[in-house]
Design a protein around this ligand. Sequence first.
Ligand SMILES: Nc1nc2c(c(=O)[nH]1)N[C@H]1C(S)=C(S)[C@@H](COP(=O)(O)O)O[C@H]1N2
Ligand SMILES: [Mo]
Length: 323
Amino acid sequence: MLIKKPSDIPYSEVTPKSLYMNRRKFLAAAAAAGAGLAGATFWKMSQSSSPVLAGTKYDNLVKSPFSTTEKVTSMNDATHYNNYYEFGTDKSDPAKNAQNFKTVPWQVSVEGEVKKKRVFQLEEIAKLAPMEERIYRHRCVEGWSIVVPWIGFPLSVLIKQFELTSKAKYVAFETLYDPKQMPGQRGSLFGSGLDWPYVEGLRMDEAMHPLALLCFGMYGESLPNQDGAPIRIVLPWKYGFKSIKSIVKIKFVESEPPTTWNKQAPNEYGFYSNVNPSVDHPRWSQATERRLGEFFKRKTLMFNGYADQVASLYNGMDLRKYY
Ligand SMILES: Nc1nc2c(c(=O)[nH]1)N[C@H]1C(S)=C(S)[C@@H](COP(=O)(O)O)O[C@H]1N2
Ligand SMILES: [Mo]
């Protein structure tokens, strides 16, 4: 069985202490973003460029007020040290083994507690709203972190397209299952022991939160294969494994859906997986993190520094129990 463990990271520099958006600024930005996106439908598409092959450049990106002003991690560090177990368990495996992964054409099926179930071409989804650049902190449960300029628009934009039934309380996501292309999904030598396909989920209010990003690119380009091309989500207040890559299915469901790491090790990984420096992983502390490219470890912040924005989602919940 595969067991995650914290890893040490090469480092070279120190960046100044970060600035964080205050609550009032956040609320103003959320209102502005909502107003700007009203009226987007599948039939009235925006002119934003659609994602195709890895490396395709985006222009006219909308700058997001949700971006951190912290120093951005170098693209090389962020894209050559990460997890994508479908392509191997070593942090350098995804960049090597995902190179020939085929992401065109790509379909996403929308199912479950929704009036009109449908399969969408990726391009239809990508045109729902103007592409924004969002610079987010991103922290892996193993203790390393990065700052990434992602490209996408709120996940809520997509969800609002659907007429959901009253039973739609959670949304479940699924990654492609294709052992021919994804060596990590083969039971053999490459196998990681994970149950495939990779699955994740969110409570509906989490999925609708303005910070939850439906992501098509990073660093001004469409997503590199190792980062989840051609479509993934990014949830900056949660540990990295919630940000599921290469999504082919979105299903609205009534009860909490199974999630890959919770199935693998339920005592170590819960459904919520919010970044929380005061709740240790059973096998290591979560109090500090190593930012790729930095020398000193830094303190991990509650909800990864997004507490002002997201803490209210969890009011009244015991975060030790709902880890
Ligand atoms: N399908 C899939 N999604 C995944 C993973 C994976 O193995 N498979 N790994 C997760 C983990 S543990 C992390 S930390 C991030 C790392 O990649 P990123 O830097 O591109 O977000 O992807 C997440 N999404
Ligand atoms: Mo991770």
